[in-house]
Design a protein. Structure first.
Lengths: 115, 119
């Protein structure tokens, strides 16, 4: 079945360490997104990419980096510059084009905690 | 100013009854879309229903319907015949920009409403 796979499900980071969250989709979607969710709150956009080799900052990009070398993959690196990385991270993708009713489809998320 | 406001942090409903989850939005763009997602405790986001700003009819999807009042900028989700499995966090989200706007089509989410269905 087509879908979005995020790994790992749980991730622990030591102080000063970079960690990378994986997001893979086999939906043939052009656009991909990374969101951060803090407890009891909504989702905030970190980065998004509309096509391969192109990405833009979202509302809270500081301390994060991404790459989009393949259509299927959009990994997120949480760098040591992100001082409060403990959160739930969700990856999403969307069919391209200007059909406005196309929803974003989400993965199951990665929970990142500081050791 | 908040673009999406969900004023009910928590709601309770009796099984088999209907419940309305409130959502108001703020935009000056004439072309926009409104989405509702369900997030169970396991964390995944499940798309429920969509309403476009130019849609003449209120959207419906099975037990979900959207009470769209454009002049009041509200897009409330109505769940009919609530089931125990409906207990979850519900998020309203908006995408601004039409075909000519060149927008990136990202979603702006509200803070969510935690719905609990009581047996």
């Amino acid at each position: 079945d087509g879908g979005i796979t995020q790994s790992p499900k749980y991730l622990f980071r030591k102080e000063g360490q970079n960690v990378t969250l994986s997001c893979e989709q086999n939906l043939n979607h052009d656009a991909m997104y990374w969101y951060r969710q803090d407890p009891g709150q909504g989702l905030r956009l970190i980065y998004y990419s509309q096509i391969v080799n192109d990405f833009q900052k979202g509302d809270i990009a500081e301390g994060y980096s991404v790459s989009r070398e393949k259509k299927e993959s959009f990994p997120l690196t949480v760098t040591s510059a992100q001082k409060n990385p403990t959160a739930f991270y969700l990856c999403a993708s969307r069919k391209s084009g200007d059909i406005s009713n196309q929803p974003q489809h989400f993965g199951d998320g990665t929970r990142l905690s500081i050791l | 100013a908040q673009k999406i406001t969900q004023t009910q942090p928590g709601m309770f409903v009796q099984e088999k009854e209907a419940v309305t989850l409130d959502c108001t939005y703020d935009t000056s763009d004439p072309s926009y879309g409104l989405f509702w997602y369900k997030q169970p405790s396991s964390g995944e986001m499940i798309f429920l229903i969509y309403q476009g700003s130019y849609d003449q009819q209120n959207a419906t999807e099975g037990r979900y319907s959207l009470n769209f009042q454009k002049a009041r900028k509200s897009a409330n989700l109505v769940i009919s015949a609530s089931q125990l499995g409906d207990s979850a966090m519900y998020f309203c989200a908006m995408r601004e920009g039409g075909i000519s706007s060149g927008s990136a089509r990202q979603l702006t989410f509200g803070s969510g409403t935690q719905l609990t269905v009581l047996p």
